[in-house]
Design a protein around this ligand. Sequence first.
Ligand code: PLP
Length: 391
Amino acid sequence: MKNDFYIYQAQTTMFASGFEVERAEGSYIYGTDGKAYLDFVAGVSANTLGHSHPKVVNAIKEQADKYLHVMVYGEYAQEKPVALCKLLAEATPDPLEITYLVNSGAEAIDGSLKLAKRYTGREEIVSFKDSYHGNTHGALSVSGNETHKREFRPLLPMVTFIEFNNENEFDKITEKTACVIMETIQGAAGFLVPNDDYLKKLKKRCEEVGALLILDEIQPGFGRTGKLFSFEHYGIVPDILVMGKGMGGGVPVGAFMSSKEIMNSLSHSPKLGHITTFGGNPLIAASSYATLKEVLDSGLMDVVKEKEDLFRELLVHPKIKNINGKGLMLAVNLGTPEYTIEVAKKCMERGLIVFWQLYKNEYMRISPPLTISHEEIQKGCQIILDILNEN
Ligand code: PLP
């Protein structure tokens, strides 16, 4: 399988691990080598409830027994997508009340940018240095890392990048700005959290000039920081909320939410302002609904802080410079990219999956399923500490 993977499946780097997966359950992935691997990455924040959660798998099976795809997004009223959008409206503060379901985070970002331009009638976008919003042309255009963009120009024009947590740059948000797009917690940059009242001030600036605030919650989304979405920690509500990854419980999905007034502008002048075949697919919606219901009903979010504290308590070592992040999205600074990658490889050999952050490779990613147990946290952290003690 590994050989065929390298030969036939397009590669994203020259050094993919090619780890051969047999099955996955709870906090573990089982390799074809017969070994169990404790998963501290969760498909890069995608497996909110761990692997193959029975409620998620059953929801998918029940829907598969009824029907699969019947029509493109937005034409037919189907039980699961409607229930998902309704529950999202109930679970989020006003004015977030209506949801557009799409296929991926990047598509949701593109949709949100189109929505902001269409609603405001403006052309300029403000984004953040070191941000990551996905890899379609639109999402890449608002991502703030030159290395990943340089070879793919021309990208969207009229995008200005400001520094995260720096209020002095607010004068770049003007009456020409359609929207400011921001990851509430910057992921690729090493899980940077906003300073206490930064988001309040940013929202105020947007209101002053009539720009919409789009928050990309594709990673924190569905409970990862102890709230359903991380903006709830900061006392503001975005005009457009973007989600993906963890909202699917392990299936491909994305969505953007806003008020009815804003969202309605995608349905006229022109009609069909965003079109997608598989957005709102019932199989995906069934999985996402089951995930959302479980996150809301299970009390899992209430113990996220406790689990974060346990990680922070255990991961104390002279080789750990600092730990960024919030809840179960933590980035552990091991000093250099080379050392972090070496540690990640050794962890894998000993049955623990960790990874590094996309732009800041010196940061080791810890984003386990929310369902991870205290014992599993202890076991994984001990593996990391043993490796740090060795060299
Ligand atoms: N935005 C953020 C913050 C992300 O972390 C990601 C994916 O890693 C995306 C957008 C893009 O999502 P997708 O890979 O589903 O297109």
